[in-house]
Design a protein around this ligand. Structure first.
Ligand code: AMP
Length: 585
């Protein structure tokens, strides 16, 4: 295990990964055995009558598949301070809060040292592979990371977003240092209480250390884009700070001011250089390599709900490669990107078989249960049995079921993935979508991915006017009869009426799921509505989540806003400037 900086050895990490993936089935059995032995005294497992069995067959026979909702009563007892072994043998002392962007409700999830260790294992594994193909020099990383507020639960447990729990752990810093990926920014900036102040200072630190920056990173692509959009607005102020060595008065948090004053010295040459670079760019194209001439790549989660930001990211990145980060969730990590050269659209994640016990519910059967008109037959609700990690088949889609070292047993993660290959005997997964993000009125079913494709097709029409969709969301409006889809767009300028009407029609035509098309034809689903939002609406939504304690580092724009997410819906509705109904059908 890596503990000290000097000990990082890429080759050894790769060898370890090769070893655990050679016989992934055996490693899975061992991982399950270890989880069940460590937690044998947990009330949850005791009640299920495992009676000491630790084999996958016994485990599957005794332990039911669960959703977060079903585990919530147990988790809430932990959160409220019940010290007895409820889900784990050793008491849980830290809680992760999910971002809440999927269902509008933040979830409490147990966190412990084993999850921390598997996080570091994932980071080390993908770094070892990445560094073979894209070696970085000795330097720093512009890490656009932020901590959320940490608080104590009623029962006295520390709670914060999963990324916050990771960033605050000393192992994180040690591992980053070992991987020559320390942040340019001092801790005071990462852990500052105000995201806007932290972002400004991250940018400033990046500029101060511009020659040392080896790569630019954040957890999700959204925060990288957000940072450089902000840069476009504040670059002159940043130059002034650098020129005079005086931090802008808008940074008010004293610990940040103190920490920054140690780094910021008057540097008119640097200020002039950055000024020249910025004024010389055409529409900020290649901004990142211009600012950071030694950066080798941009790194973050770029897949799934981050794909819509790739176009903008490529604009800022120019020729710099975009490397996809690993796949995981607050509940635990799943796979590492060991093929870093693949573009984000093709990125895959090799499951680490020792960090949990993984099962996969086949999703193809669900599709086979549809008749030729796309109508679901009644036996759709009989869900197929999950299969094991090494039993999955290439080309098939599955929902992931996770058993981890922190008290989740046969937990349905809700993500759909596709198996695209194997690394030794462990599957390589492609992220497909979050299953529960569906636009559905009657027999239609559209996922986040379907929405993304429709938006991409329609947004092409904006290209004629050199405009882009900054961000988007959607909603099923059932207050009309029949109900209809509403798509919200924030655009980076004024599009003409004709183009927007055409975009609206194109959106409607681009949902090609048979259930939607047939319902539209017989008018059991009403005309799709495109609502154009005021500039800055998605910033308001981000601010709304931050107030609730979410972290920018983990923020994912809610792509489908249901009734449980009333406040976001209110923000969207209050900021509509124009609306169009499709005439496509
Ligand atoms: P959270 O628990 O708030 O961090 O969100 C976890 C969710 O983010 C996962 O369940 C996925 O839906 C999504 N996610 C995480 N990593 C990736 C990835 N590499 N690609 C696509 N989606 C991801």
């Amino acid at each position: 295990m890596l503990e000290k900086m000097e000990e990082f050895d890429s080759e050894r990490v790769v060898e370890e990964f090769e070893a655990i993936t050679k016989d992934a089935g055996k490693v899975q059995r061992e991982a399950l055995k270890k989880i069940l032995e460590q937690n044998a005294s947990a009330e949850y497992l005791q009640n299920l009558g495992l009676n000491g069995r630790t084999d996958p067959e016994g485990f599957k026979a005794c332990v039911p598949l669960v959703t977060h909702e079903e585990l919530e009563p147990y988790i809430l007892r932990i959160v409220d301070g019940d010290p007895s072994p409820i889900l784990t043998g050793k008491p849980i002392t830290t809680i992760s809060l999910s971002s809440g962007t999927t269902q509008g409700k933040q979830k409490f999830i147990p966190f412990n040292e084993e999850l921390m260790e598997s996080t570091m294992q994932i980071y080390r594994t993908s770094f070892a592979f990445r560094n073979r193909e894209f070696p970085i020099g000795n330097g720093k990383a512009l890490q656009l990371i932020y901590s959320s507020k940490q608080f104590k639960t009623k029962g006295g447990l520390a709670a914060g977003t999963a990324t916050t729990n990771v960033f605050r752990n000393s192992k994180f810093k040690r591992t980053m240092k070992a991987m020559q990926s320390q942040s340019c920014s001092p801790d005071e900036v990462i852990f500052g209480p105000d995201f806007h102040q932290s972002l400004y200072c991250h940018l400033l630190c990046g500029l101060i250390f511009r020659d040392e920056v080896q790569f630019v990173t954040s957890t999700f692509a959204h925060s990288i884009i957000h940072a450089f959009i902000t840069f476009e607005q504040v670059w002159e102020e940043l130059c002034t700070d650098i020129r005079y060595g005086v931090l802008s008065s808008k940074i008010t948090f004293p610990p940040i001011r103190t920490a920054m004053s140690k780094l910021l010295k008057p540097n008119p040459e640097l200020a002039d250089l950055i000024h020249r670079k910025c004024t010389g760019l055409s529409n900020w194209y290649r901004l990142i390599p211009e600012l950071f001439p030694n950066a080798k790549y941009i790194y973050g989660i770029l897949t799934g709900s981050m794909e819509p930001y790739l176009k903008k990211l490529r604009h800022y990145a120019g020729e710099l490669p975009l490397l996809s980060a690993d796949y995981g969730s607050s509940e635990g990590w799943i796979g590492a990107n060991v093929n870093p050269h693949l573009p984000p659209e093709l990125a895959t994640f090799a499951v680490l078989p020792n960090i949990g016990f993984f099962e996969f519910i086949p999703l193809r059967d669900n599709i086979e249960n549809q008749d030729h008109n796309g109508m679901e037959s009644s036996f759709l609700c009989v869900e197929p049995e999950p299969v094991g990690l090494t039993e999955v088949k290439i080309g098939e889609e599955y929902e992931i079921v996770l058993t981890n070292f922190a008290g989740l047993y046969r937990y349905r993660l809700g993500d759909a993935v596709k198996v695209v290959g194997f690394h030794n005997s462990t599957p390589e997964l492609k992220f497909v979508c979050r299953r529960n993000l569906l636009l559905s009125i009657n027999i239609d079913k559209n996922t986040e991915k379907d929405l993304q494709l429709a938006v991409e097709a329609a947004a092409m029409l904006l290209g004629e006017e050199k405009l882009d969709v900054v961000d988007y969301s959607s909603h099923v409006d059932s207050s009309t009869d029949p109900g209809h889809y509403v798509i919200f767009w924030e655009i980076n300028g004024e599009a003409s009426e004709d183009v927007l009407k055409e975009c609206c029609n194109c959106l409607d035509r681009s949902f090609i799921d048979a259930g939607y098309v047939s319902s539209r034809k017989v008018k059991t689903i009403g005309a799709l509505e495109l609502r154009v939002l005021r500039r800055g609406t998605f910033q308001k939504i981000l601010d709304h989540y931050l107030k609730l304690g979410a972290a920018v580092s983990q923020f994912k724009t809610p792509r489908c806003v249901g009734p449980t997410n009333n406040l976001v819906l209110q923000i969207l509705r209050a900021n509509v400037v124009k609306s169009y109904f499709s005439t496509a059908f």
